[in-house]
Design a protein around this ligand. Structure first.
Ligand code: GDP
Ligand code: IMO
Ligand code: MG
Length: 420
C-alpha cells in the first residue's frame, strides 16, 4: 500500500498531470487536494491531448476513483463543461461536501482586484480562486454540501452576497447578481452534481485501510504556496505535502511517498521574481521548443535555468522521497546547460537558502554551474539508455539535493518515460 503525493516543486506547470496519469495505473484513488481551475494539467493518451483543470488526472482510467477533495475550490460550471468534454470511458467521480464553491462574484472580484493593482498585479488566472479562499477564511463561503439544501444556500448567500457586492461596487464592477438568481444557479448545480457530493475523507481513508494505492495530485507549485511562495505573487492555497494531506482529509502520517516534480529548467506564468530568467534567445528557444504557453490562460511562460536554491526550499517544506525530472528532451542538443547552485547578493555574500524578502532577492544574482550538453541521438527510451552528459546532470541534481530520482521524462506521452 502506498499513499503517494505528487508535488510541483517550482512555480507550477512542472508536468504533474503526466506523472499523475502515469502513476495512476496502479492506484485505486486519485485525489486533488487544493487549488481549483487555475490548474491546467495536460495528459497525453494514445496521441490525444487532454487538458484538465478540475478533474483529477486519473479520470480517464475506468478503474480509478477520482476525488475532488475538501481543500479544492470548485467552479461547478467549469466542472460540468470538463465532464461534458470527456469522450470515451471514465472512472467514478466524487466531490467533497466540504469543498468551497467559486461563485460568479468571486470571478468578477478577481478581475476587479487585479485591475486595481495596476503595475503590481499578481497576474492571476482570473478564475476567482483568491476571492473564494478569502471567503472561506472569512467564514462566509458556500460549500458543495450546502448546495444540497435550499435553506442553507439562502442562509449562506444572505451573509456572502452583501459583502461581495460591496467589494464589487468598490472596484466599479458591474453586475446583476441577486439572491434569487444565485439560488436558481445553485439548484441547477445541485441537479447536475448532487449525486457526486459526499464525505470524501471517509472514502479515501477506507481505501487506505483496505491497503490500496492512493495518489494525491498536487496543483500549482511550492513557490506559489501562500506560506512559502514569493508572497504576494502566489496563489491562495498550499501546494505542499501538508496541504495535500489536509486537503484530502487524511493524516500526514499516512503519506508514504512524496514525488517532487521539476522541469529540467524553470518556468513561471504571471508576475513575481525569477532570478534565473532568460531574457534572450536561449529563453526563447526553450519557450518555443518546450511549447511553454499556459494550459489555462495561453499566456507565454517565462523561461530560465533550473534553480537548486528553490528546490532546496521545496524539499525542506515537502520532504520529497524522490524526484521526477521532466522535459529533459527540450534541453537535448544544447551546447551547454546551466544550473543555479547559489545566489550572490550585492555585498558579494553567497547564500544557499531562498530568502523570504523579495527586495533582498532582487539584490541577488544566480551563481551557475555549467554542464556539457547531450545529444538526442544518445537517448533510447525503450532500453532506458541516456547519454553520459545527461547522467552527469541528473546525478548532480540528485546529489546536491540528497534526493533519489525515480522518474525521467523525455516527452509528453506515457511511453516517453524512464523509471529508475
Ligand atoms: P502541470 O500543470 O504540472 O500538469 O503541467 P502542464 O500540463 O501545465 O505543463 C506541462 C507541459 O509539458 C504539458 O504540455 C505536457 O504535455 C508537457 N510535458 C510533460 N512532460 C514532458 C516531457 O518530458 N517532455 C515534453 N516535451 N513535454 C512534456
Ligand atoms: P498548475 O496546477 C502555473 C499562478 C498564476 C498567478 C498566481 C496566482 O497547472 O501547475 P491564481 O489564479 O491562483 O490566484 O493566480 O499563481 N498559477 C499557476 N501558475 N501553474 C498553475 O497551476 C498555476 N495556478 C496558479 O499564474 O501567477
Ligand atoms: Mg499546468
Amino acid at each position: 500500500m502506498k499513499v503517494t503525493t505528487i508535488i510541483g516543486a517550482q512555480w507550477g506547470d512542472e508536468g504533474k498531470g503526466k506523472v499523475t496519469d502515469y502513476l495512476a495505473d496502479n492506484s485505486k484513488v486519485v485525489a486533488r487536494s487544493q487549488g481549483g481551475n487555475n490548474a491546467g494539467h495536460t495528459i497525453v493518451v494514445g496521441g490525444k491531448k487532454h487538458k484538465l483543470h478540475l478533474l483529477p488526472s486519473g479520470i480517464l482510467r475506468k478503474e480509478v476513483i477520482s476525488i475532488i477533495g475538501n481543500g479544492v475550490v470548485v467552479n461547478p460550471d467549469v466542472l460540468l463543461k470538463e465532464l461534458d468534454n470527456l469522450d470515451g470511458e471514465r472512472g467514478q467521480l466524487l466531490i467533497s461536501d466540504r469543498a468551497h464553491v467559486i461563485m460568479p462574484y468571486h470571478k468578477l472580484l478577481d478581475g476587479g482586484e487585479e485591475s486595481s493593482k495596476g503595475k503590481s498585479m499578481i497576474g492571476t488566472t482570473g478564475n476567482g480562486i483568491g476571492p473564494c479562499y478569502s471567503d472561506k477564511a472569512s467564514r462566509i463561503g458556500i460549500r458543495m454540501g450546502d448546495l444540497l439544501d435550499d435553506n442553507t444556500i439562502i442562509e449562506r448567500l444572505e451573509k456572502a452576497l452583501p459583502r461581495n457586492l460591496a467589494l464589487l461596487d468598490h472596484y466599479g464592477a458591474q453586475n446583476d447578481l441577486t439572491i434569487e438568481g444565485l439560488l436558481d444557479l445553485c439548484r441547477e448545480w445541485r441537479n447536475k452534481l448532487g449525486e457526486f457530493i459526499t464525505d470524501t475523507s471517509l472514502l479515501v481513508n477506507k481505501h487506505i485501510s483496505n491497503g490500496e494505492n492512493i495518489l494525491l495530485e498536487g496543483a500549482q507549485g511550492v513557490h506559489i504556496d501562500i506560506e512559502y511562495g514569493t508572497y504576494p505573487f502566489v496563489t491562495s492555497s498550499s501546494p505542499t505535502t501538508a496541504g495535500a494531506a489536509l486537503g484530502s482529509g487524511i493524516a500526514p502520517s499516512k503519506i508514504t511517498d512524496v514525488v517532487g516534480v521539476t522541469k529540467a529548467y524553470l518556468t513561471r506564468v504571471g508576475s513575481g521574481p525569477f532570478p534565473t530568467e532568460l531574457d534572450d534567445e536561449v529563453g526563447e528557444m526553450i519557450r518555443d521548443k518546450g511549447q511553454e504557453f499556459g494550459t489555462t490562460t495561453g499566456r507565454p511562460r517565462r523561461c530560465g535555468w533550473l534553480d537548486l536554491v528553490m528546490l532546496e526550499l521545496s524539499h525542506r517544506i515537502c520532504g520529497f522521497t524522490s524526484l521526477s525530472i521532466m522535459k529533459l528532451d527540450i534541453l537535448s542538443d544544447m551546447e551547454e546547460i546551466k544550473v543555479c547552485v547559489a545566489y550572490k547578493d550585492n555585498t558579494g555574500l553567497e547564500i544557499n537558502h531562498f530568502p523570504s524578502s523579495l527586495s533582498y532577492l532582487a539584490k541577488c544574482e544566480p551563481v551557475y554551474r555549467t554542464f556539457k550538453g547531450w545529444s538526442s541521438s544518445g537517448i533510447d527510451i525503450s532500453k532506458g539508455i541516456i547519454p553520459d552528459e545527461m547522467k552527469n546532470f541528473l546525478d548532480f541534481i540528485s546529489e546536491s539535493l540528497g534526493i533519489p530520482i525515480s522518474i525521467v521524462s523525455l516527452g509528453p506521452a506515457r511511453d516517453e518515460t524512464i523509471i529508475f
